[in-house]
Design a binder for this molecule. Structure first.
Ligand SMILES: NC(=O)c1ccc[n+]([C@@H]2O[C@H](COP(=O)([O-])OP(=O)(O)OC[C@H]3O[C@@H](n4cnc5c(N)ncnc54)[C@H](OP(=O)(O)O)[C@@H]3O)[C@@H](O)[C@H]2O)c1
Length: 197
């Protein structure tokens, strides 16, 4: 398959790239490597799809939300989380439908905070939950058998900077998380949230 991987150089994205590149034709994109794109800029996303051409699958491993105590999270922080994680990935789906093959797939990235909260994580939990609701809803309306799923990982073993914020959470190796993306792409799944951890 020809697969467009957006966010290919990150903790999650680089592991997904390693898991897919031997068996698929993977095109990478991010702000600083591969096809240059800023996922928060709709015009840039349109240009990325034009540059990539037709694809069988799109994988998105980007998305940022601020981490702060609840009392310090402002309206702007929630807006930033919504824009950076939810709207950015929704826009990649809406803009990408025309580029994707019949029966092709979108695989988005949410995270464990949708189901297991931590202190300082309210904006991220909000974003993950909203995105998972979008995946369920979009799966029943996408045309031509186009599929949509999300991978929802726990904190990665490799993301050591986050570990102290996740007491009691057992980290998952990025290589294990990456297999959930393969599962979403290579099986006829749609509307599913594939949890890891
Ligand atoms: N790390 C974890 O433990 C963990 C656990 C659960 C869920 N997640 C989720 O997984 C996703 C990726 O996390 P990560 O830790 O892999 O992040 P990361 O290491 O910071 O990597 C982010 C990737 O996205 C690209 N990127 C960032 N902003 C972008 C933008 N505006 N436009 C285009 N590309 C952009 C980066 O490349 P450039 O800088 O070149 O743009 C990089 O390739 C996030 O949604 C995160 O919430 C992460």
């Amino acid at each position: 398959m020809k697969i467009l991987l957006v966010g290919a150089t990150g903790h999650v994205g680089s592991a997904v790239h390693s898991a897919l590149r031997d068996t698929h034709d993977v095109i990478t994109a991010s702000r600083n490597a591969g096809i240059r794109v800023d996922v928060t800029d709709p015009a840039s996303v349109t240009e990325m799809y034009r540059a990539a051409g037709p694809v069988d699958a799109v994988v998105v491993t980007v998305g940022a939300a601020p981490f702060k105590p609840l009392a310090d999270l402002t309206r702007d922080d929630f807006t930033a989380g919504f824009t950076g994680k939810v709207l950015a990935q929704i826009n990649l789906v809406q803009e990408g439908v025309a580029s994707i093959a019949d029966g092709g797939s979108f695989t988005l990235t949410t995270g464990i905070l949708a189901r297991e909260p931590i202190r300082t994580g309210a904006a991220s939990s909000m974003a993950n939950g909203a995105l998972e609701a979008f995946v369920h809803a979009a799966s029943i309306e996408l045309p031509r058998g186009v599929r949509i799923n999300a991978v929802s990982p726990t904190v990665l073993t490799e993301a050591t900077g986050y570990h102290s914020s996740f007491p009691g959470f057992v980290p998952a190796d990025a290589a294990i998380v990456a297999q959930a993306y393969r599962k979403a792409i290579e099986n006829p799944y749609t509307g599913r949230i594939l949890t890891v951890g």
